[in-house]
Design a protein around this ligand. Structure first.
Ligand SMILES: [Zn+2]
Ligand SMILES: [Zn+2]
Length: 256
C-alpha cells in the first residue's frame, strides 16, 4: 500500500491511498486542475481512483467534488447519510453517494475501510482506517477532541495521518474573532499540537512507521512547533518517520 497527502489545510484537503493498482481519494477539497497535477507529481494514477471517501461537508474537504464528478462520472463517492445530505445541500453538483454506517467496515477492491466517528462541528464527521495487503493506514483530520475511541484505532496503524492544527497561544494572540477562537479551541473544533502529541504518546504502537501531521493552521501554527511536540511524544518510537503536510505542495509518497 502507498499513501500521500496531496493538499492539507483550511484552504483544501485531498489524500490518496493505493494498493494493487487501485486507489482511493480521501476528501476532495481542491480544484480538479490542482488535484490532477498533484496526483501526478506524487506518482499516482488518477485513472486508478476507484472511490472518493468523504470525512465531512466543510468546503475545504468537499468543494472539488462537482468538478471531480464531471471528469469521473462512474467513480462512487462514499459518505454516511448525514454527511451526504449536507454535501448535497451545499454542493448539488456533487451528485449521489454510496452510503455507509459509521463503525461498519466495508470493502472496495483490495481495501477494507472502517469509518469511525470523530468530534467536529458538522453533521456526522468521520476518520478512516484503511486496510490492504496486511497493512493499516489511519486517517483523521478536523477533530476537536482526542477521543479514546480514536486513539485505540491509531494504535493499529502502520502509517497515519493525524491533524496537528494549532498552537493555542497563537490562536489566542491572533486577530480572529472571539467566537472563532472558541470554536477552534473547543471540543468540536480542531486538534492542537499538544493534543495530537498526547494521542500519539499514548497510542502509537511499535508497528507505526510513518506519521504525517495534517491540517496545520497557516496563521496559528508553525511546522517546527508541531514537529517538536510530536517528536517528544515519539521518544519511545525513534524509528517513526515524521512529515508535516502542507497546503501548497504534495507530501512524500510513502510505501506502507
Ligand atoms: Zn478542514
Ligand atoms: Zn472541518
Amino acid at each position: 500500500m502507498k499513501t500521500a497527502g496531496l493538499a492539507s489545510g483550511s484552504k483544501g484537503n485531498a489524500y490518496i491511498v493505493e494498493a494493487q493498482g487501485t486507489a482511493l481519494l480521501i476528501d476532495c477539497g481542491i480544484s480538479h486542475r490542482r488535484l490532477a497535477s498533484r496526483i501526478k507529481a506524487a506518482g499516482f494514477d488518477e485513472g486508478a481512483i476507484a472511490g472518493v471517501l468523504l470525512t465531512h461537508e466543510h468546503t475545504d474537504h468537499a468543494s472539488g467534488l462537482g468538478d471531480f464528478r464531471k471528469r469521473h462520472p462512474d467513480t462512487p463517492f462514499f459518505a454516511n447519510a448525514l454527511t451526504a445530505d449536507a454535501i448535497g445541500a451545499l454542493c448539488p453538483d456533487a451528485g449521489g453517494f454510496c452510503i455507509f454506517e459509521n463503525a461498519q467496515e466495508f470493502e472496495l477492491g483490495p481495501f477494507s475501510i472502517l469509518p469511525f466517528a470523530i468530534s467536529h462541528d458538522v453533521a456526522d464527521p468521520v476518520g478512516y482506517l484503511v486496510r490492504a495487503e496486511g497493512k493499516t493506514y489511519f486517517h483523521a483530520t478536523d477533530l476537536g477532541a482526542p477521543l479514546e475511541s480514536v486513539g485505540r484505532l491509531l494504535a493499529q496503524a502502520d502509517a497515519a495521518t493525524l491533524e496537528s492544527n494549532h498552537e493555542p497561544t497563537l490562536v489566542m494572540a491572533s486577530s480572529r474573532p472571539e467566537s472563532l477562537k472558541r470554536r477552534i479551541l473547543g471540543p468540536l473544533g480542531h486538534l492542537s499540537n499538544d493534543q495530537c502529541a498526547a494521542l500519539v504518546a499514548k497510542y502509537a504502537s511499535p508497528k507505526l512507521k510513518r506519521l504525517s501531521l495534517a491540517h496545520l493552521s497557516e496563521q496559528c501554527n508553525e511546522p517546527h512547533l508541531a514537529e517538536r511536540a510530536v517528536r517528544a511524544a515519539l521518544a519511545k518510537h525513534p524509528g517513526v518517520q515524521l512529515e508535516i503536510l502542507s497546503q501548497s505542495m504534495p507530501g512524500k509518497t510513502w510505501e506502507v
